[in-house]
Design a protein around this ligand. Sequence first.
Ligand code: ZN
Length: 433
Amino acid sequence: MIWNEKAECMSASEKEELQLKRLQVVVKKAYENVPYYRKRLDEAGVTPNDIQTLEDIEKLPFTTKSDLREAYPFGMFAVDTDDIVEIHTTSGTTGKPTVSGYTRKDLEIWGEVVARALSMAGGTKKDIVQNCYGYGLFTGGLGVHHGGQKLGCTVIPISAGNTQRQIEIIKDFESTIITCTPSYAMYIAEVLEREGVPKEDIKLKAGVLGAEMWTEEMRNEIERRLGIDALNIYGLTEIIGPGVANECMEKDGLHIFDDHFYPEIIDPKNLETLPEGEKGELVLTTLTREGMPVLRFRTRDITALQHGECACGRTNVKMDRITGRSDDMLKIRGVIVFPSQIERALLKIPGMEPQYQIIASRPQHMDELEVQVEASPNLFSDEVRHIEEVKRSIEKHIHDEIGLRVTVTLVEPQSLPRSEGKAVRVIDKRKLS
Ligand code: ZN
């Protein structure tokens, strides 16, 4: 079912006309109401009047995560806090979180796009949505909540964790749609199997899964084991939260709700816009947000756009499944990890040099992180017991830094591969492409 046929099946010319009109308004609002944008546009010698075509968006400067961070807490708001009715933030694991403020109209837009996403999964007001995304400052929980209610579903705000209870609710409330991370869906499947609950005995028909990268193989596995259609949802707090894009039942790319979010693909190295269909970094501009308009936000997510009408009837541009990041950032079990954090942890241990390599893998469908650390020559001549102690101490320091348990392997000095003298810090074996 298509939730909003008018918005989702527009002709290309209608869409472009609407996008341009909205872009002109949002640039003007950002320029007039957000000192940051006024300064950046002035520096670039651009005024809102310079936006005469959609291509003119390329005249605008990019916004990065650190720009948003510097504006902490409310520096990017375009309206008075009187008009902000809800606030969310990123987790802030690597510094100050970025804050997102929503007016009442922004919440309506958010509900609208998530309602479209849930409809793509076959959702109607008859459905019972078990929302296992975390509630709180994280956008996952409340974003899906607003959309589910807009669609008229019965939303169960169970939030993340407590798998036993999740299973009880799946059985007792006969939930039909589950929303969570793909790895959590996999875990629920495992627990159901362990408890001998056949998939025929549960009423789940679809999963709207996101907040981490996943593969086609994982989709097949989740679908087979839970007996559902597993669809990919995409979004980010800086833009609105979940509901920027979602897969339809064709399962061949995610429709971006491009009447609200304008996508571009750039080369992350030279920042040039790439021709249609080429793979690069996704850049998003909010076309309708009042509380916090964001112009040309660099998502760092790598994808490509597919134009044209989809077999489902929607004309919203599609993006490929995200296959990586343009920086060294890793997302492990939904938690963002930067190599610099591992480095910081190692440097807290006296005598330890930060020569390391991070290896992400996904055995048994759950992300695992191994950190190989070069030990000093004298440590290797030491007793085994001591080596074991050092290993545990490193694991503890890393855990304190990133909040995740990792396996540390001590390797011989100078044994980690180096490329042009620089260590290769991250190896991602999860085969997400
Ligand atoms: Zn489609």
